[in-house]
Structure formats: structure tokens, C-alpha cells
Design a protein around this ligand. Structure first.
Ligand SMILES: *Cc1c(COP(=O)(O)O)cnc(C)c1O
Length: 229
């Protein structure tokens, strides 16, 4: 099947309320054009440099979609990132939020929506906040989000998690369930200047389980474009 067919098939199969973010890392301009032409609304990039190159190559077409930063954001790239991305999904500390906040205005925006990235399995190989290191975790998250909510040019709009990537997706279920629990608790607090709208979890091997467990945003690459090199 073609990229366009893959995209449309997944789009049809998941519920309307679930945003499909197309994970674009290592893909070419032609591949991105095809998926945007097929109706893609949101693209996720892992590297600022790559996102910038794609932006330039796509020109006007780039404006048809929202750009999500889904990779680890280095402090020295935040300046560039603020200009390119519409949403930063990978905020995992107050310091990072503060660094973004300082650069939003200069990039011509008034607000940058962000998600807080949780490393729900507390895996050493992954970015994001590890619950193991911050017990009791819900209390930690509440305080962090409250602090970030006071920054003028940032708005927390959700949570993001990866979860284990390979193997039986059923093994991810408990992690997604736990993330949804945390999401619901923070949402129920109705913190000022926070709008907990989005729970970003689920990738090619796990998106069905993630949606089952309450995800309303999935990030999919392989199932649309095929295997990465
Ligand atoms: C690459 C990537 C994805 C998509 O992974 P696939 O298995 O190719 O669907 C999702 N989220 C993040 C953060 C990624 O880096």
C-alpha cells in the first residue's frame, strides 16, 4: 500500500476525537508531501535541524499542518524550535519550560502550547520525567505544572508518554492506564492557565491499546511510511 493509503486507513480506523500525528523523522520531502496531500493535519519531528530543513523544502505546504516537537529538546535549540513548532510535547522540567517561555515572544507568537513528557516506565534509555524518582508522583506533577502555569508565554495542554516500544503491546497497557490516571487527576484540579486537553500516547505497535486506555493523540511513523533505515 502507498503512504497515502496507509494514512487514510489508519485515520479511518481510529476514532474522530483522536488526533493522528504523523511521525516524520528520517522521511523525505516527497514522503511528507504525499501524506499531507492525503489529509495529514499534524506532523511530529524529533530534531530541530531536520524540522527546519523540511519546513524550508516544503515551503507553503508546511503551513498546512501543525508541527509538533516530539524529540528531546536541547536548550541551545530552543530558539529555533520556538519559531518552527506549534506545540512542544517534550517538556520535562521547569527549567526547560522557563527557557521556552523566554523565547516565545521573539519568535512572533504569544503562547507556546506544551505537553509534559512522562517516562512512565522509568526507563533509563528514555527522556521524560520518571515517576520512580519523584514519589509521590501526582503531587510532584501537580507542583511542577502549577509552577509552569505561571509562565506567561507557555500553556500546559496535556501529557505525553512513550512507553515500551517493541514487544507485545499488551505489556504497555498498564503504563498507558497509569498515565491516564495521572492525566485525569491533574485535569480535575482545574489549575488556572492549564487546559488538560490532550493525552499523547501510542505509536505504531501500541496505538490501539493506547486509545483503549484513553489516549486522544497517537504518533505514528512506521505504519504509514514503512520501516526506517
Ligand atoms: C519515532 C517516534 C514515534 C513513532 O514511532 P513508530 O514506531 O515509527 O510509529 C512516536 N513518538 C516518538 C516520540 C517518536 O520518536
Amino acid at each position: 500500500m502507498s503512504i497515502a493509503e496507509n494514512y487514510k486507513k489508519i485515520r479511518k480506523e481510529i476514532p474522530d476525537y483522536v488526533t493522528l500525528v504523523v511521525a516524520a523523522k528520517q522521511r523525505t520531502k516527497e514522503e511528507l508531501e504525499e501524506v499531507i496531500d492525503a489529509g495529514a493535519t499534524d506532523l511530529g519531528e524529533n530534531y530541530v535541524q531536520e524540522a527546519q530543513e523540511m519546513h524550508e523544502q516544503l515551503g507553503e505546504i508546511a503551513k498546512k499542518v501543525k508541527w509538533h516537537m516530539i524529540g528531546n529538546l536541547q536548550t541551545n535549540k530552543i530558539n529555533k524550535a520556538s519559531g518552527i513548532f506549534d506545540i512542544i510535547q517534550t517538556v520535562d522540567s521547569y527549567e526547560k519550560a522557563q527557557a521556552i517561555d523566554k523565547r516565545v515572544e521573539a519568535s512572533g507568537k504569544s503562547i507556546m502550547p506544551v505537553y509534559i513528557e512522562i517516562n512512565i516506565g522509568s526507563e533509563d534509555s528514555k527522556a521524560g520525567i520518571k515517576p520512580d524518582e519523584h514519589e509521590p508522583f501526582e503531587e510532584y506533577m501537580k507542583n511542577l505544572i502549577q509552577d509552569i502555569s505561571k509562565l506567561e508565554h507557555i500553556r500546559v495542554e496535556g501529557l505525553m508518554t512513550m512507553g515500551p516500544r517493541f514487544g507485545d503491546p499488551e505489556n504497555s497497557r498498564q503504563y498507558f492506564r497509569r498515565t491516564k490516571e495521572i492525566f485525569d487527576k491533574i485535569k480535575a484540579l482545574n489549575l488556572p492557565n492549564v487546559s488538560m486537553k490532550t493525552l499523547s500516547m501510542g505509536m505504531t505497535n501500541s496505538y490501539k491499546v493506547a486509545i483503549d486506555e484513553g489516549s486522544n493523540m497517537v504518533r505514528i511513523g512506521t505504519a504509514i511510511f514503512g520501516k526506517r533505515k
